[in-house]
Design a binder for this molecule. Structure first.
Ligand code: HEC
Length: 198
């Protein structure tokens, strides 16, 4: 756990006091708001609460990635406690073209390139008022570098929880991802949940 997460845990504790109510909901889908202190059991329980609904929501439009990503290779053992992407829980899937390359988690090679045709989809969700709140499905598609020269060969997109495309800025996404220069712009899941890690 990094310092920033510890700090925000302390801030949440100060805001909510010490008398956080125990989970009293029969559905088990109410959680105390101190996400940075979540145990693996709580992380798993939260995912169980959103798993089916996320898929139903993302596929309620006609997005082609949403329709198939759950059949792809899973790049992590499960969601990790939130860090990036607005403090959301994240869960990453990679299509067959890119899966083997992705789970090398290369981050030390400036010439590393993911295969053209790689598509990566990442579910996101968080908590609001102690209940699960669904976030977008974030997508990155690798095309030839000269087809998307401004973003080093990546095309970014996202699906809203209502199934509609989310309007995003390529530059916004790549301003951050482009900083991962030694991993072909990939950020990768938190180390403790990486599948197939070295
Ligand atoms: C402030 C930095 C930042 C911004 C802005 C950002 N990302 Fe990310 N993104 C990350 C980090 C860090 C990870 C790895 C975190 C994880 O998966 O736990 C990541 C992971 C991803 C992944 C999984 C592939 C990977 O990099 O390992 C996808 C897909 C993705 N982001 C899409 C997007 C899209 C689409 C946008 C724009 C709407 C976006 N990102 C904006 C930092 C950012």
């Amino acid at each position: 756990m990094n310092t920033r997460l510890l700090l925000s845990a302390a801030m949440l504790a100060a805001l909510f006091g010490t008398s956080a109510a125990a989970d009293s909901h029969a559905d088990g889908c109410t959680f105390e708001a101190e996400i940075p202190d979540f145990t693996q059991e709580q992380i798993d329980a939260l995912y169980a609460c959103v798993e089916a609904e996320l898929l139903e929501n993302y596929t309620s439009g006609d997005n082609e990635v949403a329709a198939v990503y759950r059949e792809w290779g899973h790049a992590q053992t499960g969601p990790a406690a939130p860090g990036f992407h607005g403090g959301r829980f994240l869960n990453t899937f990679v299509n067959d073209v890119g899966y083997d390359a992705y789970i090398q988690y290369e981050e030390d090679d400036e010439s590393f390139e993911m295969p053209v045709g790689t598509v990566i989809a990442k579910e996101s969700y968080t908590l609001r008022e102690n209940a699960p709140r669904r976030g977008p499905l974030f997508i990155m598609t690798r095309v030839a570098t000269d087809e998307a020269p401004d973003t080093d060969g990546w095309v970014y997109s996202a699906v809203q929880p209502n199934g509609n495309p989310m309007s995003i800025s390529q530059a916004f996404c790549h301003d951050c991802h482009g900083g991962f220069a030694f991993s072909d712009s990939l950020g990768y899941p938190a180390v403790e949940v990486r599948l197939g890690a070295e």
